[in-house]
Design a protein. Structure first.
Length: 178
């Protein structure tokens, strides 16, 4: 039982950082969406739906990180892996975002093709693209931080952000010897 608990605990600790990050980020996006949709009659996502989405994205990120294709440029500057991962995660988020809307439309119409036609006709494209831009930036931030943590180490990154930092040598005044 101890080995099983250790495995579950390890999995929990791996999924925790991306899940917390996306939980906070997606709730910010949901709040922005509520503000954008105010007065349009379109229902925003609920707290539970946003939380479930964050859990799903957290697990998907951990699973994607296990794929050999995801770390395609390990010896190149961080920009390459950040751009690659951001593109992959963003494309998945774009498809999922569209499919969420399609499922809602499908429930109303009962026909998938009619639902897609209705969605394409009724979607508020500026709102859709505004949310995609926000999601892109959130995913980019996550990928930058994740790659930094991978290269410099999680403990070093925690120390840089939360302390204690090493004491920097005192700067000497001009004319003084150090």
């Amino acid at each position: 039982m101890s080995k099983l608990f250790a495995k579950i605990w390890k999995e929990f600790l791996e999924i925790l950082p991306p899940t917390v990050f996306f939980l906070v980020a997606l709730h910010i996006v949901a709040y922005i969406r509520v503000l954008m949709l105010k007065g349009t009659g379109i229902a925003p996502m609920t707290f539970v739906a946003v939380t479930i989405s964050a859990l799903a994205i957290g697990k998907a990120v951990v699973m994607a990180d296990m794929l050999p294709i995801i770390n395609r440029f390990p010896e190149k500057p961080l920009f390459h892996n950040v751009a690659w991962k951001t593109a992959i995660y963003f494309l998945v988020a774009l498809v999922v975002h569209y499919l969420e809307r399609l499922v809602d439309s499908w429930r109303e119409t009962g026909d998938l093709i009619a639902a897609n036609e209705q969605l394409l006709a009724n979607i508020v494209w500026p709102h859709f693209w505004a949310l995609q831009i926000i999601l892109f930036l959130i995913i980019l931030m996550y990928c930058v931080m994740h790659e930094l943590a991978r290269v410099i180490g999680g403990d070093t990154l925690k120390r840089i952000f939360f302390g204690p930092l090493p004491i920097a040598p005192a700067l000497t005044q001009p004319g003084q010897q150090s």
